[in-house]
Design a protein around this ligand. Structure first.
Ligand SMILES: [Zn+2]
Length: 250
């Protein structure tokens, strides 16, 4: 259906551009933070068989997974606060004006000789003033992002100075195709997370970070309408399905 945003623009709801990575019962599922693959296990007891293939009347599976480590998820400041604030309570809107940008992280040689790949503040293009959600696709945009085991690989991350660029542009929701906005090993500092949510000085309950998305190359850098769909978990993070819609002229 055509959904009009205003007199001049509409989205076609039959043309969603899904930028989530699905959760799969497979070793091919992406992994980060040293978690092993998700497990989907049929419930089996003396009285019950949770598998049709094995003679049960229904498939009834327990799913074991970690929202941060196993795929696309949206998180709030509860990720880094003593009280585990809930993304289900803090995120109360689901449609946003969004902008998709592509950035190639820069090589940075550290004092210990390790080479990091870092998104720097000067790499950001102009952000449209109407936009509340920014989607960052890092390049190269390899398909292996959908099945990568990121643990102990020192993945690319964002320089903490990027936070000021986002806040100056009025960005409330940041989406990225990396396992974290911070360095994998930063001795627990989580500098970007703290700066973006202004924890502990001025905690911001409205802003969210969505990690481990995948934006295929057919989706071009532009402005979109973003729908963030989240599973209603009372937790700091929840699996999510961000969906983009092209803005069309009527
Ligand atoms: Zn996370």
């Amino acid at each position: 259906m055509k959904l009009h945003i205003d007199n001049n623009n509409f989205i076609d709801t039959s043309r969603p551009l899904d930028i989530s990575i699905p959760l799969r019962n497979s070793e091919e599922n992406p992994k980060a933070w040293y978690v092993s693959a998700p497990r989907f296990e049929a419930v089996m007891t003396d009285q019950f068989t949770g598998s049709v293939k094995k003679g049960g009347s229904v498939n009834f599976r327990n799913v074991f997974f970690n929202p941060h480590g196993h795929g696309t998820h949206t998180e709030c400041l509860g990720h880094i606060t003593e009280e585990v604030f809930s993304i289900n309570e803090t995120l109360s809107e689901y449609f946003f004006q969004a902008q998709l940008i592509s950035i190639s992280p820069k090589e940075l040689v550290r004092e210990d000789g390790e080479v990091d790949l870092v998104v720097l503040p000067e790499q950001f293009p102009t952000i449209n003033p109407d936009v509340e959600a920014l989607i960052i696709r890092t390049t190269p945009n390899k398909i292996t992002k959908k099945s990568m085991d990121y643990s102990a690989t020192n993945p690319p991350y964002l320089d903490v100075r990027c936070v000021q660029v986002l806040l100056d542009a009025g960005i409330k929701h940041l989406l990225i195709d990396l396992p974290s906005v911070d360095r994998e090993n930063d001795n627990g500092e989580l500098a970007f997370h703290h700066a973006f949510w202004e924890v502990p000085k001025n905690p911001n309950f409205e802003r969210t970070i969505t990690e481990l998305i995948f934006v295929s190359d057919e989706i071009i850098d532009s402005n979109y309408v973003l729908n963030i769909q989240t599973a209603p978990f009372e937790n700091d993070a929840t699996p999510s399905r961000p969906v983009l819609y092209k803005i069309k002229k009527s």
